[in-house]
Write a protein that binds this ligand. Structure first.
Ligand code: UD1
Ligand code: CA
Length: 516
């Protein structure tokens, strides 16, 4: 009994022995201090997209050639693909030189090697799998991915012979007019026998317009050797588009976004305005969720069925539950529970967790807080480092005073609590189940369950003050018309509150009342 020679096409795992990503180039045309392959689109770096497309091939080893900005690229690689190895190309002598450096680092490769430019962020695994399959089916030594494009400017042209066989790749700057007229271009993706490519690379010179060692020259050399070489046209030319400057980056970003939205809409997501809705490839949205105009779903964000997000909302690494709504808000690393509501105009910072049906209303900032089921923070508040139980309400303009200038402290609010408007909760502090705080209180001590905490100055009314101190004003006229003229020129009335009710006392008009 013999083992099958190739795995089934449906499962690309183990399709190649090694993957090489060329990412050492400077990317001069980006005009940026950031290494080219680290520029981001759709939630990943360009390099991240290439690695993600190649990952399902299941190569035993992945090598990324780094050079320009190598520290940053290597660090990023450790982050996004720790199983991949960075290999340094000290001097950027060309893509062929970069490939040679990688193959040297790889040593013996069992199976084919996939070599891919690091600046092709739209590549999809389907395209790579089909290329590898075509390579195998043809029994080729090297197969290059090609594409028919409307505008081949700047790209290497694929030269074929009368029978359609690939003869050479000619860079535009080295091409004559007839060659420049060719619309089939090199996508910068190659699959080949590692030993054959390595050997051919030793013969590649730098006699071209840029004086570089071109990987593309390997193809012509192998053809001259009489080796079987193939050119596989991509089903979707868009997949092969590179990215060399900011304009192209913006184009690729738009294309990637269109693809993501297309997938979501086919799956039943309602996207009101695809032009202003941006969803990272790493985000996920359930059917019948609604994305309003101006929505951005970034990173590992997920949105549950029937939830409504937007308009004008940015969610980063955030989980939005079924039937929740987030309107005109900015949310990072948070959980918005099922049927919870946020906004308009709120800012949920990392660690915010809203349980089912909880509400964070307008102009509220939260951070590191658990809001229990059905609890509400409806207006104009700051809630940081806190736990709020179930069914509680935090009155307008409440501040959780969590920072003493040196350290952060926690506030614990129980179930069915009523925090009065304009309460300052000076942490660390606990408000027990069912307790109330009076509006305008500065709460510095724990409030037992069921208690009403009052922590504010008593009010006093200085009778007739306006008539005496602001005579002739509209206020004084209004007061006089209402019968509010001063009874006694020199005295005022102070009202004081006591447990049982109100008592009044007379006091002198004094400096504290805004005398000028
Ligand atoms: C390259 C191809 C071209 C193809 C196009 C597709 C060559 C010579 N030309 O052109 O035929 O149509 O891609 O986008 O390969 N790199 C290194 N080290 C170097 C030089 C380059 O690692 O010393 C890397 C770059 O980071 C990049 C890739 O190789 O990922 C290609 O280099 P680039 O300068 O972008 O080549 P293109 O002119 O785009
Ligand atoms: Ca390029």
């Amino acid at each position: 009994m013999s083992l099958p020679q190739t795995p089934p096409t449906a499962s690309p795992g183990g399709a190649v022995g090694a993957v090489v990503v060329l990412a050492a180039g400077q990317g001069t045309r980006m005009r940026s201090a950031t290494p080219k392959v680290l520029h981001r689109l759709g939630g990943r770096s360009m390099l991240g997209h290439v690695l993600a497309a190649a990952a399902p091939l299941g190569a035993a080893r992945t090598v990324v050639v780094v050079g320009s900005g190598r520290e940053a690229v290597t660090e990023h690689l450790a982050d996004v693909a720790p199983e991949a190895d960075a290999v340094v190309q000290e001097e950027q002598l060309g893509s062929g030189h970069a490939a040679a450096v990688a193959l040297d680092a790889l040593g013996e490769v069992s199976g084919a090697v996939l070599i891919v430019n690091g600046d092709a962020p739209l590549l999809r695994v389907e395209t790579l799998t089909t290329l590898v399959q075509a390579h195998r089916d043809a029994g080729a030594v090297l197969t290059v991915l090609t594409a028919e494009v409307a505008d081949p400017t700047g790209l290497g042209r694929i030269v074929r012979d009368g029978t359609g066989g690939v003869r050479a790749i000619v860079e535009e700057r080295d091409a004559d007019t007839a060659t420049r007229a060719i619309a089939e271009v090199n996508a910068g993706v190659y699959v080949g026998d590692a030993a054959a490519v390595r050997e051919a690379l030793t013969r590649v010179g730098a006699a071209n317009d840029q004086g570089e060692i071109y990987l593309t020259d390997v193809l012509g050399l192998l053809v001259a050797d009489g080796a079987p070489v193939g050119g596989h046209r991509a089903d979707d030319a868009v997949d092969t588009l590179g990215c060399n400057d900011q304009r192209e980056l913006a184009d690729r970003r738009r294309t990637l976004n269109d693809r993501v939205l297309d997938r979501l809409m086919r799956a039943g997501v309602v996207v009101i305005d695809p032009m202003t809705t941006w969803v990272d490839v790493t985000a996920d949205v359930a059917a019948e969720a609604v994305l309003q105009p101006g929505t951005q779903l970034l990173g590992a964000t997920t949105v549950g069925a029937g939830a409504v997000v937007g308009p004008d909302t940015t969610l980063t690494d955030t989980e939005v539950g079924e039937g929740a709504s987030v309107v005109r808000s900015h949310v990072t690393l948070s959980v918005v529970g099922p049927a919870a509501t946020v906004g308009p105009f709120s800012y949920l910072r990392p660690g915010t967790e809203l349980a089912r049906g909880a509400k964070v209303g307008a102009f509220v900032e939260t951070k590191n807080v658990q809001v229990g089921e059905g609890s509400k923070v409806p207006h104009l508040s700051y809630v940081g480092d806190a736990t709020i139980g179930q069914g509680s309400n935090v009155g307008a303009a409440t501040v959780f005073v969590n920072y003493d200038g040196v350290a952060k402290h926690r506030t614990e609010i129980g179930d069915h609590v009523r925090i009065g408007s304009d309460t300052m909760l000076v942490a660390p502090v606990t408000v027990g189940d069912g307790a109330y705080t009076a509006a305008g209180s500065v709460i510095t001590e724990d409030v037992p369950p069921g208690a009403m905490a009052v922590a504010r100055a008593h009010q006093r009314n200085v009778a007739g003050w306006v008539g005496r101190r602001r005579p002739g004003t509209r206020s004084a006229e209004a007061a006089a018309a209402a019968g509010g003229a001063p009874a006694d020129d020199a005295a005022d009335t102070r009202s004081t509150q006591s447990e049982g009710g109100r008592a009044t006392a007379t006091a002198r008009d004094d400096d504290h009342q805004g005398r000028r």
